[in-house]
Ligand binder design. Structure first.
Ligand SMILES: Nc1nc2c(ncn2[C@@H]2O[C@H](COP(=O)(O)OP(=O)(O)O)[C@@H](O)[C@H]2O)c(=O)[nH]1
Ligand SMILES: [Mg+2]
Length: 258
């Protein structure tokens, strides 16, 4: 893995990072996945790009669409049966090799055009974890129940973990891969977002937030997360506040100096 320049990185360089690995969890996104991957290919990043799409047992023709998109830069991994977004992210994490890891959904709610904004604090050595906030960027839509749920879950996160996040549930998350080493992620479903957040904060990392644009979709357009998932998120936040964490590997995943 590349030596990371951290705070000493000169302007214009990429902080010692070489490869950005992008994990794209996909479940029944026939209508959007081709456009999502087109936008991913167009993203303007000063790093080598590794894209790993995880088809989570889609049954709507997504695998056929993916077969036409796969090439040397876009790898497709497949779950034989649907296991949930968290399982798809974990499959992707086990497969990627880059020194930076970004999770990018396939449903067009988040836009790879925002990646330079997300990457900027990491490449300048200011952060090892960056979240794209939907509450400080422009947004097309968020259902009122989701707005309340998202604000509430961010508040609970901040109270439990002494953070100041505006958006914990954002699906726009970027990590120095060393931060993720040894976290032993377990979530299969949408609790992957609070689990990642809780464990990273418990390890003492600060999460840097930048604004990203958000084009929220409606249930009729395929949005699957619902207010019920909010309870799972709440439970996950409470649980990881108290369960012991696996020991951090001694490889630089210690928190950067604050
Ligand atoms: N809903 C759902 N999404 C999954 C699953 N497996 C992978 N995904 C992908 O995860 C992303 C959905 O995440 P999110 O935006 O939080 O939920 P949604 O927009 O409400 O469906 C999309 O890219 C999905 O295709 C799954 O089992 N269920
Ligand atoms: Mg989504």
């Amino acid at each position: 893995m590349a030596e990371v320049g951290g705070a000493g990185a000169a302007p214009g360089d990429v902080g010692g990072y070489e490869t950005l690995s992008v994990i794209v969890p996909v479940y029944n996104e026939r209508a959007t996945v081709a456009e999502a991957i087109r936008r991913i290919r167009q993203a303007d990043v000063p790093l080598e790009l590794e894209v790993v799409v995880v088809d989570d047992g889609s049954t709507d023709g997504t695998p056929q669409v993916l077969a036409t998109l796969e090439d040397s830069t876009v790898r497709v991994l497949t779950h034989p049966h649907n296991r949930g977004k968290g399982a798809a992210v974990r499959t992707g994490l086990a497969a990627v090799r880059g020194d930076l890891v970004l999770i990018q959904d396939a449903d067009l709610e988040y836009d790879p055009a925002d990646w330079p904004t997300l990457l900027d604090p990491v490449l300048r050595g200011k952060a090892q974890v960056v979240y794209g906030s939907r509450f400080t960027g422009e947004r097309k839509n968020m259902l009122p129940t989701h707005w309340v749920g998202n604000r509430f879950l961010a508040l609970v996160t901040n109270v439990l973990y002494a953070s100041t996040l505006s958006d914990m549930e954002t699906c726009s998350k970027l990590f120095d891969r060393r931060v993720l080493a040894g976290l032993e992620l377990r979530s299969d479903r949408f609790e992957i977002e609070p689990e990642l957040t809780a464990k990273v904060l418990r390890r003492g990392h600060r999460i840097y937030e930048v604004p990203v644009s958000y084009a929220g979709r409606e249930p009729s357009e395929g949005k699957k997360i619902s207010w019920r998932d909010g309870f799972g998120a709440l439970w996950t936040l409470l649980k990881y506040r108290v369960v012991p964490l696996p020991p951090a590997p001694p490889d630089g995943s210690e928190p950067a100096a604050r």
